[in-house]
Design a protein around this ligand. Sequence first.
Ligand code: ZN
Ligand code: ZN
Ligand code: ZN
Length: 333
Amino acid sequence: MKKKFFTTLVLFASLALTACGGASTNAEWKSNATKHWHENGDKKVDEAAHVFEEEKDKAVAPTCSAEGKKFEKCKVCGYEKESKVSKLAHTYGDWTNKDGAYCGPSEREHECTVCHEKASETLPIVQHTWVETGTVAEGDGGHAYSLVKCSVCQKEGLMVSVIDSEVEFTSSDTSKQKLKAAPEGCVKLPSNGDNFTVKIKLAEAKTGKLFMRGSMDYWYTDSNKNEQKGIYNGQSGGAASKDSGIANFKLEVGAGDNLSQVALTGNKDLLYKDFLPAEPGFTNVANTDWSQIGDIEVGDVSLAAGLNTIKFTRVDSYNIAIHDFVVTFANAA
Ligand SMILES: [Zn+2]
Ligand SMILES: [Zn+2]
Ligand SMILES: [Zn+2]
């Protein structure tokens, strides 16, 4: 009884629509990306969202080198949808250092064990960990120095402290000379033009790389504290900058007193934060604080058998304090 009544009602409604608009409902489903409907003249009837069902037998599984595909079909109207499935993550193996070096800023890479894609990254500066393996006593005009070896990468070299160097102050303001040993164990030159020399005596000639090890104090180039001052950045007079290639210091090395300037090959833009321990909160360090001691790679040097001089001159800088120099030997085992 109920069913009959319903059928009659639908028939009546259909007849009523036909009578009013002169159109009839088309049995064919129309659809867009999200919905399906029947057309009745210029009206949409039975409009509803698709009811998707995945067609799993058609699916293409993603890999780490290619996207996958997913196929879906509307249970009601048969509308088919194809979508991309994101690539899987690579399965990387162990990191290997590209240049074989451990310390210093170096590039390393790893390879996906599935598709063999390689990815690389440049590591932040890693300082050598110097361990003293011997000492050379002061004598014949040379300062005492240490023979050192890095406990991480096994690099060998020598380290000479500059605290007992021969400092020549060019400034007449003797009050500034009190800054000589700030922080402890370092020489800070208070005025441009100030310089010091250290002398090292070698039994045999060595070639290697010269590192300046020191500290920076906390200075910004602007009041908004956006740009930190750097080792090579020229901060007054504009003469020295990483762009001009002029450093804010000059280092000369040579046999006896026959000095020549070391060509700079190292990091051209070391900032104060590069010298800080890797821990949060360094932006709250006071203006007068000093960073930890860090290595600045300066360039290649040749040291002669006999007495050699290393001369450091402040060119255009406020903020470098030198603790020691290290020469890593190229011809060491
Ligand atoms: Zn549908
Ligand atoms: Zn892969
Ligand atoms: Zn090392």
